[in-house]
Ligand binder design. Structure first.
Ligand code: TYD
Length: 154
């Protein structure tokens, strides 16, 4: 599963804690959009989609929730409950989030403006996208075939 957890530097003193996020520094992309989710029913399921082309850093700035990631081959559940940590995900990952605590606030940083066409909202369509042969697979196959032909020629 292609995801990572980014630990941010915590600047704390006797007054409490502060985390500062900077695009292309602590967050590995230029930040074009920020949205946040709060006051969510514990058993609600948000997300249920993938993106063709989007990077996101997801931070549970208060409380806790569970993120379920699915790349078409495996499904993992990632509990988020640390305001100094981000879950970093890119395209072609189906995501669902649920099990929200009452005080849960999830903040999402994204590298693109809101683009409804970038969403894959149908799970079967998502499986088609992730299972379709990629150009890089094709190029690798071609070069294997070529090298085999060259070997036979020699
Ligand atoms: P939705 O995609 O259903 O949220 P989630 O994936 O968390 O379940 O979005 C809810 C509404 O908010 C929907 O009408 C689209 C709108 N929206 C925006 O206008 N801009 C945004 O950046 C996002 C994420 C959603």
């Amino acid at each position: 599963m292609d995801y990572s957890l980014i630990d941010f530097k915590i600047m704390g003193d006797e007054r409490g804690y502060l985390v500062a996020l900077e695009g292309e520094e602590s967050v590995p992309f230029k930040i074009r959009r920020v949205y946040y989710i709060y006051d969510t029913d514990r058993y609600a399921v948000r997300g249920r989609h993938a993106h063709h082309n989007l990077e996101q850093a997801i931070i549970c700035v208060s409380g806790s929730c569970d993120f379920i990631l699915d790349d078409g081959k495996e499904r993992v559940t990632i509990p988020l409950n640390n305001p100094a940590q981000a879950l970093y995900i890119k395209n072609n990952i189906w995501r669902e989030f649920t099990n929200f605590s009452d005080d849960c606030v999830v903040m999402v940083l994204a590298n693109q403006y809101y683009t409804p066409d970038d969403y894959i909202r149908d799970y079967n369509k998502f499986l088609e996208v992730v299972n379709s042969p990629k150009i890089s697979d094709f190029t690798q196959k071609q070069s294997l075939t070529l090298s085999t032909v060259q070997k036979i020629d020699n």
